[in-house]
Design a protein. Structure first.
Length: 94
């Protein structure tokens, strides 16, 4: 498919639909969570795409939170929380 054909195809979708598709594409899937949860680039992209969805839905406060998270991943002020299933297991062992 040529660039022109791709652009014509994309015109059939709203900006919100395109942003939602991008956010879904960039979201970490459950089976990849352990491998990618601390990957700063992956997490920043995920949060930035989510921010765009909220912005297009006129939910600027939620968009700002996601943009701050994306920025935090990039500037290293945010870290991945511990895995909930590992945390539950360690609490059970106490």
């Amino acid at each position: 498919m040529t660039h022109s054909a791709n652009a014509d195809t994309l015109k059939h979708f709203s900006s919100l639909e395109l942003a939602q598709a991008l956010a879904a594409q960039l979201a970490i899937q459950p089976n990849d969570w352990h491998r990618l949860s601390a990957n700063r680039q992956v997490r920043a992209k995920e949060q930035a795409a989510a921010a765009l969805v909220y912005l297009l839905k006129d939910q600027s406060e939620e968009a700002q939170i996601r943009l701050q998270q994306a920025s935090g991943w990039l500037d290293r002020s945010v870290s991945a929380p511990p895995c909930p299933t590992h945390r539950e297991r360690s609490l059970e062992q106490r």
